[in-house]
Design a protein around this ligand. Structure first.
Ligand code: PLP
Length: 368
């Protein structure tokens, strides 16, 4: 990325040499990111985040459809980038149905079929959930939606680069990506738009990105996204096997060492490096547990990172999975990545039981 912030700083729309170099760099990054999801580079639009990709997918599809009150379906466990966009669509006249999740955090074809209608315009279901890590049966859901003539979008921000995501196999029309979830830079995302899918822009201006996302491109960010995509693709299988082994070790050891611990979301249908656990009776203490672990140099999350803006609120994902308001505060999310080592996991497994033990008396005291 560094040269594009410095010596090779050029605007890809400029015709001079620096501009042409920047254009070539953006094009080659586009090819790398497209390859990660089996797409054609011309079907990829670079945007500023996964959130923007989700906004462009939903507002763009509905805007191009031109229906005054379209029927849109999403799931009850989506990221706020989808849920809040759907709430705005409702304010603008759309009718939105929310497919229910199982207690394991799965959106089944039956749950989609229950809300799907012959006039459904668009369905959006995430590939993998950020809070509990569960992977959804996207190919089946997309097939169901298409059988009713609806478009299908998936938010693959948590899945791409960590497990195979192929737009042809999944048969999706629109798919969102974010660079920082695969060790790329923050503030870059992309939307895959299957050729022939009508989409209206949500940002107007100079017509960059086929007119779908006006604004001078974030060249350095896009270059970083391209490299991250290439690295993720190069050793995805190997890395997934390694992370699944680390993840399973965490699940097994925590179950054996910490009384009252339980897994959130389907234990096996989840992204490789995703651990979501809770501790019976300590659910309301998830934030304290997180901070206590942080004190000891271990960075974990409660629910999603966005929950930092809603501290203490129950997770809508766990609520949708049937947890009551107290237990829905209890998610401890531990995400393992390319830089997580066996030794990191050893230390986590040593520190976690001790930390949980220090919290127990606090709860007993508070209850008295
Ligand atoms: N969708 C999902 C499933 C996510 O987990 C996130 C980020 O955590 C986003 C969308 C938003 O992506 P970004 O942070 O790039 O806006």
């Amino acid at each position: 990325m560094q040269p594009f912030l410095d010596a090779r700083f050029g605007n890809p729309s400029s015709l001079h040499r620096a501009g042409r170099q920047a254009r070539a760099a953006v094009d080659s990054a586009r090819a790398e990111v497209a390859a990660l999801i089996g797409a054609s580079p011309r079907d990829l639009v670079f945007v500023a985040s996964g959130t923007e990709a989700d906004n462009l997918a939903l507002f763009g599809a509905v805007g191009a459809g031109g229906e005054r009150a379209p029927h849109v379906i999403t799931s009850a466990i989506e990221h706020p980038a989808i849920l809040e966009t759907c709430h705005e669509l409702e304010r603008r006249g759309a009718e939105v149905s929310y497919a229910a999740a199982t207690s394991d955090g799965i959106i089944t074809p039956a749950a989609l079929a229950a809300v799907l209608r012959s006039d459904t315009f668009l369905v959006s279901v995430m590939t993998a959930n950020n809070v509990v890590g569960t992977v959804q049966p996207i190919a089946e859901l997309a097939r169901l939606a298409h059988a009713q003539g609806a478009l299908f979008h998936t938010d693959a921000v948590q899945a791409a680069g960590k497990m195979p995501v192929d737009v042809a196999k999944l048969e999706v029309d629109l798919l969102s990506l974010s660079a920082h979830k695969i060790h790329g830079p923050q503030g870059v995302g992309a939307l895959y738009v299957r050729g022939g899918t009508s989409l209206a822009p949500i940002v107007f201006g100079g017509g960059q990105e086929h007119g779908l996302r006006s604004a001078t491109e974030n060249v350095a960010g896009i270059v970083g996204f391209g490299v991250a995509a290439r690295l993720a693709r190069a050793d995805m299988t190997q890395e997934a096997v390694r992370l699944v082994a680390l993840r399973d070790r965490i699940f097994d050891t925590v179950a054996a060492k910490v009384k009252g611990s339980y897994v959130l979301g389907d234990r096996f249908r989840r992204v490789p490096g995703h651990v979501a656990i809770a501790f019976s009776g300590l659910e309301a203490e998830a934030v304290h547990l997180l901070l206590a672990l942080d004190e000891r140099g271990i960075a974990v999350s409660s629910g999603s990172a966005c929950s930092a803006h809603h501290r203490g609120e129950p997770s809508h994902v766990l609520r949708a999975m049937g947890f009551d308001v107290i237990r829905a505060r209890g998610a401890l999310r531990v995400t393992l990545g390319r830089f997580t080592t066996e030794a990191d996991v050893d230390r986590f497994l040593e520190v976690l039981p001790e930390t949980v033990a220090t919290l127990r008396p606090v709860v007993t005291h508070a209850c008295l």
